[in-house]
Design a protein around this ligand. Sequence first.
Ligand code: SF4
Length: 395
Amino acid sequence: MTLLTLFKRPRTSQRSKDRSHIKVGIPKFLNIWSTHRFWIGFLKALGIPAKNIIFSSDTSEEQFREFGKGRIGMDSCYPVKALAGHIGELLTKKIDILLVPMIYSLPSFLRGHVLDTLSCTRVMMGPENIKAGFIKEENVFEKLGIKYVSPFVSFGEPHLLPKQLYESLRDVLNVTYEEVERAVKEGLEELSRFDRAMRKKTREILEWCANNNHPCILFLARPYHMDPGIGHEIDVEFQNCGYPVVWGQYLPTDEDLMDWLFGPEVEAGIIKSPFDISDVWTSSYSSNTNEIIWGAKFAARFPWITAVVRLSSYECGMDQPTFTPVQRIVEYSGTLYFKFGDLDETKPSGSIKIRVETIDYYVKRYSREIIRRKLRRLDPRRVPESFKVALSNAS
Ligand code: SF4
């Protein structure tokens, strides 16, 4: 017992630092949509209670008009410009710290199978561009006594995170390197728990569709198109028509399912693994683009995804080169493909509704045949246990 006490790792004095009163604001923009669970887990581990981690609201025209107007100093896609509204809104929330990460690379299940998992350069630099609008005439952050923190973070190389976050947070939060290291671990675990839960849920939806022989619609877009103000809730319109909707980012990656969908191609040496996209996309540097391409491949093989809806924002240079490959991958398999491009801050509700009605007509009319055709192409000996009943329903 004496030895245990003597050699017990000493608690650093920082551990007992009370940070429970600190309020941190995080704008809910761009790739915060795919990393938010990390930030919650990370800050909680540093002693900041969940109630003091304040995210801005969903993007909206009102938010931009009220809080972001006059803060834009460059031309860009709307998802970046919208950040001004998010920051402006958080400045009214009595926060102590405004945390606006510059995300260089992203965590991705495709890492190791692709060349890199980088963010779009506008995602990396958006915070600096928008910040300029809040300091060009007077430094609004200083005036309000809010500390602006913008760590440069590489989720693609998680071993760098402790150093990157320590350097940017040590003074504002008075933290030690060890504390940050431990908090990063907690944050990554929280993010991966969330990711697993979402993939599990998507699998349940896909199994439900299979067992009921019901068509499902896959959305292929950037993670922030889930923001109602960026994606204009087009997914909700389809749900209102009775279709289960799943998003490419959270498709299941279980071994049995991967073997059913991609196994023969791996065995034939066409691809190295189910997550290899080099057969259709060689320039695999961008994380979100890679996942969109992989999602298209998944949709082309999975029978009950009978339609793919692609979303893209106005002035998105990253999406441009992917339109044709994604459409070809999807349509080559006989799956229906529809694109809502050039999405901007205004929501053209009327035209969205008309298009949704048209798509609904085609999905209803052709889904049964699409499911049958796609099932015929898959090897029945590889079918996962949970999809076996579905096979007899569909035949
Ligand atoms: S990927 Fe497109 S929409 Fe997203 S930040 Fe880059 S340019 Fe804008």
